[in-house]
Design a protein around this ligand. Structure first.
Ligand SMILES: [Zn+2]
Length: 421
């Protein structure tokens, strides 16, 4: 992602404001209880940067079209196939020339996983979509991109695994009870997008960036659901496009950028506040272990990551000037919640786009807290109160997972527009 001029952003946004509407009112969901927040599973060793079953395999160079990219794609596919077998996996494929590869077409592969209530036709499901890019920068050579965006991918994987059994239980209970006709909850699904080709190969321009998201938004905007579907296209099925980026550094500052999703931002801010009050945030200066080390007994001032929690957004959006994977979706009227560490004073984290953006420079307590916060937000959105049970969470083996030949084979065949495994 990069910073672009306010004028361009205003132009881009002015083209879509007419399409934006509040997709889901505040009152529509009930909050999760303190008990549920306390019982949310933590990523623990799965986020170990060397051996962790979720994060470690992503911490490698993964430039589009290279073996590292295929390996990470295989990791996603294996994770969902083994840990979350009820999810539908899809790959969306495109190719493009780039400024550094001459006439060679580089393949870009977006990974999408979706889970819908079992009784609903897919065109009738509105979804919470959690997105992050998985590609890494072409230069400098050896760039890892831990916060950009290996950690966001890992956080999403952990969150989805943490709520998966609760979804199964909830939908089984609803099915047994004859599920309420016509309720919003009955038609709510969840989706993960790991996007390729977000980074520029040379320098950020409209054509040298966002390769994967531009292709996906265009294709999904044109793919029409069966007639009589509630939603015309897979794009319009996205109730909220929640994009995570640049997460994993200490003391993140997350701003709220869009008036129409400010309520969702505030919901997440409320969860953050509650997790802090319940002393469940490991990065907090008041986390019990840290507290024991303090010489004085006074509580330290509790920081906030979502710094606009109490701010009233009067304009339609804040002129962030941040170009990221949300833009191709935003331009088509999709509701966006952009969770990106960008301080209004100091900007992006200091490691951004340097070789220091690697596993060693992550703040692991912060990374773990992101895992818990995003899990809680997803659990609340999916109305999973009473269905979360820590004991049900399947751990990911820390040994390297077998490579999926099918994905590698598919990736090498860019003519295939869509594959389901
Ligand atoms: Zn980047």
């Amino acid at each position: 992602m990069t910073v672009i001029s306010g004028r361009l952003v205003r132009f881009l946004l002015s083209t879509c404001l007419g399409l934006i509407s509040l997709s889901r009112p505040n009152e529509a969901y009930s909050v999760v209880s303190d008990g549920t927040l306390k019982s949310l599973p933590r990523p623990d060793q799965d986020f170990d940067i060397h051996t962790g079953g979720i994060l470690a395999p992503i911490l490698q160079p993964r430039v589009p079209g290279t073996p590292g990219s295929t390996a990470v794609l295989n990791h996603f596919a294996d994770f969902f196939r083994h840990s979350l077998p009820d999810w539908q996996i899809e790959f969306q494929n495109s190719t493009s020339k780039t400024p550094v590869t001459g006439d060679r077409e580089v393949p870009f592969v977006n990974f999408i996983a979706t889970r819908d209530p079992p009784w609903v036709a897919s065109g009738n499901v509105g979804r919470l979509t959690l997105a992050a890019h998985y590609d890494s920068k072409y230069k400098p050579e050896g760039f890892i991109g831990a916060i950009d965006s290996a950690v966001p991918c890992a956080v999403i994987m952990h969150a989805m695994r943490s709520i998966d059994d609760a979804l199964t239980k909830k939908w089984a209970a609803m099915d047994k009870a004859g599920h309420t006709q016509g309720s919003l909850d009955e038609h709510t699904g969840i989706q993960v997008m790991f996007l390729d080709g977000e980074e520029a190969f040379n320098e950020w321009t409209a054509t040298d960036s966002l390769y994967g998201s531009r292709s996906l938004a265009q294709e999904w905007g044109a793919r029409v659901n069966p007639s009589m579907s509630t939603f015309k296209t897979p794009l319009s099925s996205i109730m909220l496009f929640m994009l995570l980026d640049l997460l994993g550094s200490k003391d993140p500052k997350i701003q709220s950028y869009f008036k129409t999703t400010h309520w969702a931002y505030q919901s997440m801010a409320t969860i953050e506040k509650r997790l802090r009050e319940l002393k469940l945030f490991k990065s907090s200066p008041n986390y019990p272990v840290t507290e024991n080390r303090r010489s004085d007994s006074k509580a330290a001032e509790e920081p906030r990551w979502l710094i606009d929690a109490t701010r009233e957004i009067k304009s339609h959006y804040r002129h962030s000037g941040i170009a990221d994977d949300h833009l191709p979706f935003l331009e088509r009227g999709v509701e966006v919640l952009h969770i990106i560490d960008s301080s209004p004073i100091t900007g992006f984290p200091t490691v951004w786009h340097t070789l220091h953006d690697d596993g060693d420079h992550l703040d692991m307590n912060t990374v773990e807290d992101w895992g818990v916060l995003i899990t809680a937000f997803a659990a609340e959105w999916m109305e999973l109160e009473n269905f979360i049970d820590t004991a049900d969470v399947k751990r990911t083996p820390s040994v390297p997972l077998p490579r999926s030949e099918k994905v590698a084979e598919w990736k090498n065949n860019p003519d295939t527009r869509k594959t389901e495994l």
